[in-house]
Design a protein around this ligand. Sequence first.
Ligand code: GAP
Length: 502
Amino acid sequence: MEELVGLCKRRGFIFPSSEIYGGYTGFFDYGPLGVELRNNIKQAWWRDFVHRRDDVVGLDSSIIMHPKIWKASGHVDGFSDPMVDCRESKKRYRADQLFFAPVVLDGETRGYVAYVEGADQPTIVKLAKKVRDSLDQKQAKLDEDKLINEAIEFTEASDAVRASTLGPDATKVGTLTEPREFKLMFETKVGPLADDSATAYLRPETAQGIFANYKNVVDTGRVRIPFGIAQIGKAFRNEITPRNFIFRSREFEQMEIEYFIAPDADWKSLHREWLDQCIDWLVSIGLPRASISEDIHPADKLAFYSQATTDLMFHFPHGEQELWGIACRSDYDLNQHQKHSGKSMELFDEATKSKYVPHVIEPSLGVDRTLLAVLTAAYCEDEVPNDKGQAEKRTLLKFSPKIAPYKAAVFPLLKNKPELVERADALYRKLQKRWNVFYDASGAIGRRYRRQDEIGTPFGITIDFDTIEKDGTVTLRDRDTTEQRRVSEAELLAFLEEQVDG
Ligand code: GAP
């Protein structure tokens, strides 16, 4: 992760937000390359799930909506996480990501340590030794097995356990508070009044904008059940512990679809179909199939309105974590809005001549998490021969041409030969009309290739003397294999079209 964060900063993909003021936890800015990658991910998603399907239409709803929407959806009363504060270090933890384990000395439990999910064994042992030392038991034998294998979620900790627990960043025991609910929605005020009636929320998901507009789409479009409404947009959550780079942030972007189906539809098969389509899409943008797995939520852990939820998990640098949630949300949301707004959410099904409130399947994906997954999968190091034929280490990003920030880079072999420069510039301008391409004339050609490898440009195109003196062909270099072949301009255009837009 550290290498990835460093590369992202160095090459202009992602910067910490407000860095000149020391950064702002949970917020990030996307630089020149990051914004291209991000836009390409969003465009690929929109193209594949909206333009290339007959049954999905798009929407762009406002970020701030009537507060009653969030009351109806259950977010005002229920969208919270249990949090634990440390009175000593002033740090705050999500209780469901905090674990406590017994400090067993010479066979007797003498206290507890609390650590954040994912902490490594040496960190946990170090905490336990602090407890041992504080008890003046330096010689006692610490049971590391119990310490590592008997950890329990902090939400289960009793008053007595909390009183004798050493927190992850504390020096004394008993400084962690009882878990308390922490509201995740950001509040703001709308209009000139500052009282409670002016309270509004930054949306924590784009989904409710879809439910709130579902009737408008049904009444004005030509959609017929089953159909989906897709939306890409910002979402905001006051996460207690934003961490792991852009994996969990406070401002992020979602790509969501609400797919409306008849109440008696075979939702299990449709859910499976959506899961398969989502996996195929992730593979199509370059994620290895082997890095994607499914986490089926057990029936007793499902939200009361959910019939089934499966998360697509990805092997991120910090472990196997949720990338894409695909839930069957029944008719819960539409029924809630029908009840709270007094407006009918029923539609008339031409095929069966019946009226009903449809059910939904909801594939919900984060743009930023997808970008992190793409970066994780693309990052690699290998060795290639340099200009002198010696093996040299290189860092490269193996982005799929579909989402790479630059699709190709054009190079005149020598920058002091006007005929080469002119020809390269003409080709660059021509390609630029269709794709985001890069032009570079400075430095040795090997160094220029390397710079592009590091930012993930899949193809290098070199104009040399054969181009201008012989047959007009150019050298086309592949980033991953470094193989080079000569192609005509027509072949080049057809190749790029197939690789980038295919
Ligand atoms: N409408 C359903 C919904 O919002 P969710 O599981 O809370 O469900 C869906 O979020 C997706 O949004 C997640 O799978 C993840 O990709 C992304 N996401 C959620 N919270 C995020 C955060 N704090 N930072 C970045 N991405 C987040």
